[in-house]
Structures are given as structure tokens and as C-alpha cells.
Write a new protein. Sequence first.
Length: 230
Amino acid sequence: MTLGELFNMLGYLVGGLVFWVAMRARGTATNGFAIVVLAGFICAVLGAKMTQVVFEGWPFSVPLEAGVDPRNGGRALLGGLLFGWAGVEIAKKRLGIRRSSGDQFALALCAGEAVGRIGCFFSGCCYGSVCELPWAVEQHGALRHPAQLYSAGVALSMLGVLLLIRSQYRLREGMLFQIYLAMFGATRFGLEFVRQRDSLWMGLSPMQWFCLELVVGVFAFQLIRRRAIA
């Protein structure tokens, strides 16, 4: 196992552990939620791998079996996020658990990404754009931004912000997860400028357009909800 694979796996494990600890602090860490955590972990790993395989060329140049090959990495964050969330929600529905777990999931995502991005650094994926800064690293034949380490630092900072908000304010269930989505969209939009961007539309990468939609969507949801309450 390479260092990249090790840290990628640790990222999922740390995310699952943080989720479990957060649920225990909330008093809802039952045996049922242990199954929910396991389901989310498995779906996140498989989702990340399958998303990566699709973007690498399946079904034309990459076989589907590559998605379950541990040597293939599997570092598609959005795929892992979406499939992990789906796994959690499906498991909760099957077990009859109705309480929201989004806020705890937000903490887990930050913690998991902070560790997993170190794996990206050692694996050489998600690499940065060319630069000549003193802290540039040699990757893919050029000196580049250590974008993966930037992402790890940002994710760790987001975790600290979310924990501070949770300790200082009484928020309704699900609000912390929405704050996470807005922060993820805003920070990832900025980080894209120091990552290698190969396909642009109107000067922005597909991920940046997605991030804009994500942030606008969160604020639009809050605006609609406030008007509905009023």
C-alpha cells in the first residue's frame, strides 16, 4: 500500500469516526447508527472510485472493474460525498431513523477531506497549476502549487469554524450542513484557481460553475424558507 492509498483510506476512516463521535455527543449513537456509519463509509468509497473511473473514460477506455481495484485510488470527492450521503439516507430509511444527521455529516466530511487530501498529495492527483513560489513542489514534470495541501488546510479550517459555530450558536437541525455546503462551494471555487484546470468555459472550470450553483442554491433555499415562515 502506498502512502497515497494509506491516507485516502485514513480519510474515510477519520470521517466515519468523527461522524460517530458527533452522533454520540448528540446522544443518538445507537447500534442502528453504527450500521448507518458503515453504510455511508462503504458507499463513499465505492462512489469515489466509480466516479473516478467514469471521468477517466469508462466505458470506452477504462474497464468497470477498475472501480473496485484498490490500486486505482478513488479520489473523486464529490462522488464520495454524494454516494456516502445516499448510503446514509438509505440506511436510515431502512432502519426507520428519522432524525437528521446532516450536521454531523458536515463535520465528518471536513475531517475526512483534511486527511484524504494528504493522500492526494502523495498520489499526485488533484495537482496544482504551475508556479514559481518558494513552496512549489515537483509534480507531473513541473513546479506546481501544492494544491492538495491547500485543500487539506482549508478543510481543517472549515472543521474548526463549524465546531466554533456549533458551540456558540443554537442552530436548527440541518443548518450546520448548509453552512458547510456554502463554505465548501466558496472555498473550492477559490482553490480551483491554483489547481490544474484543463477545460474552461467563460474562464471557469466545470467545478467552479458547480460551486457557484451550490452557493447560490444554499442562499436561495434559505431565502425561500424565510419567506415561507414569514
